[in-house]
Structures are given as structure tokens and as C-alpha cells.
Write a new protein. Sequence first.
Length: 209
Amino acid sequence: MGVNEITKKIKDDSDKIAADIKSEANVKAGNIIDEAKSEAEKKKKAILEDGEKQAILKRQRIIADAKLKSKKIEWGAKEELISEVMAKSKGGLMKVKEEGHSGKSYSEILLKLIKEASINTGGGDLVVVLSTGDLGHVSEDEVMNLASEIEGEVGECKLTLSNDERTGLGGPIVKAESEHIEVNNTLEERIERYSDSMRTEITRVLFGG
């Protein structure tokens, strides 16, 4: 083999090796580019999905806030109406004091409230405390005579009308001082006692639930 042939063979071999290296490099480069594109697409998709999730969460928060504000406004309106109705019910009690109720005078109603409270104390030596506005509706004799009715249910009972006066809508506070027992049967207390059931009924009538 002559020098020219050897030179040609070396050149041919070099060209083939270079071509193989170039081809391999192109394949590797293509793979790297494909992987990079795939990774970029994944990141892009993840970013878009995350953005969509954030948008959904934000929209949900806005809707939840709007619902909460709507509920607060609704609750506020209900509370205002309920308070108004309960205030009118207190005003109705003042009308009862003036006109009576169900054919009974306020004096009769007041004596019944005193009797209830006295029975609940268990009888004994009791003191009846009335509001300033109630003092003109019952006499001391009426209160004392009421004791004989109570004795049939609780045994010995003595009722004394206190010289102390209190403020308020009306109704009695009956005390068994020896036993440190006090029964509050005032109109305010009765309203408070039945306030939950009153609120339920008012809500049912006003809002159907």
C-alpha cells in the first residue's frame, strides 16, 4: 500500500469517525432538547394548573366571603326584627297592667304571680317585694289573705308585703329570709325565662323556620 493510499485510508477512517461522532452528538443533542422541551412543558402545565387552582381557590374564597356577609346581614335583620317584636311584647305587658288580660284584672294576675312564687319557695314566713308601679294594684290585706290559699298546698305560710320597693315592669319577688331563698317571678324574669321559646316562635312566624 502506497503513501497516497495510506493517507486516503486515514482520511476516510477519520471522516467516518467524525461522522459517527457527529451523528452520535446529534442524537444526544436531540435527546437533550426533547427532554428539555418535555420538562419545560411539564413545568408550564404545572404552573398553569397551579394558577388555575389558585384562581379556583380565590373564587371560592370570594363566594364564601360573600355568603358570610349575606348571612351576617340576614342575621342582623332577623335580630333587629326579633328585638323589635320582643320590645313590643314588653309594651304589651304595660297594656295588661292597664286593661288586664283574658277577663282578669292586673290585680288578679299579680296575686296569682305572688301565689306561684310563694308556692315555689315552699311556704313559711315569706316577704313579698313589689315594684313601685305594682303597689297600687294589691293591698297588704289581699297579700296576707292569699297565705290561707297557699297553706292548702305547702303547709304553714305567712305573707308580708315588704316596705322595700324595686324598679321594673312589675311582678313579685318572694323571699323566705330564714332559708335564704328568693323566687323571682317578675315580668322581666318571666320574659327572660321564656325568651328562647319566644325567639323560636317569633323566628317561625317571621321567617318560616
